[in-house]
Design a protein around this ligand. Structure first.
Ligand code: GDP
Ligand code: MG
Length: 175
């Protein structure tokens, strides 16, 4: 199977952001191509592995998901250890989660390696009628931090592969 084929390099990615923004849903969509409409308790899930072909290399992505600690808006320092890329997610239908992005960026700055790559994601883009954060606001904040920005839908599988491929490619470029 593809998962047992040898790989050229391994990249550690992290999912970060407020509770219920869809971090676990994005990861499951990407790694398993599934979606669950129930709240997924991440307790017991450490990481998922997905091996992809990236610009001629076999790249093994090890993608870590939080186990609910983000409810307290703080994540243990050890979670960040060795991470080469961070997927920072907010929910376009919940302005509070967008307002938290700055504090997550500060935590990344405090705890992650200085050269870590980040990407900003506004998730639940399928839920336009409940939108509270415009695309322009998301893009502006991403520009301020010098990171790429995507609006995604884990539900409808929009931009999910693109966001993981982008962060993997940026991380790979620095290895
Ligand atoms: P986490 O706490 O950040 O890991 O969030 P979850 O992945 O557990 O998702 C929280 C809730 O948002 C669940 O009810 C999901 O079904 C829902 N959800 C996640 N992604 C999307 C999405 O893209 N669109 C919509 N409409 N709902 C989503
Ligand atoms: Mg989760």
């Amino acid at each position: 199977t593809s998962s047992s084929r040898p790989f050229d390099l391994q990249i550690k990615l992290l999912m970060i952001g407020d509770s219920a923004v869809g971090k676990t849903s994005l990861l499951l969509r990407y790694a398993n191509d599934t979606f669950s409409s129930t709240f997924i308790t991440t307790i017991g899930i450490d990481f998922k592995i997905k091996t992809i072909d990236l610009d001629g290399k076999r790249v093994k992505l090890q993608i870590w998901d939080t186990a609910g600690q983000e409810q307290f808006r703080t994540i243990t320092r050890s979670y960040f250890r060795g991470a080469q890329g961070i997927v920072l997610v907010y929910d376009i239908t919940d302005r509070g989660t967008f307002n938290s992005v700055r504090s997550w960026m500060a935590q990344i700055n405090d705890h992650a390696d200085a050269q870590v790559n980040r990407v900003l994601i506004g998730n639940k883009a399928d839920f336009e009628t409940a939108r509270q954060v415009s695309t322009e606001e998301g893009q502006r904040l991403a520009d301020e931090y010098g990171v790429k920005f995507f609006e995604t839908s884990a539900k409808n599988d929009v931009n999910v592969t693109e966001c993981f491929t982008t962060i993997a490619r940026e991380a790979k470029a620095r290895i």
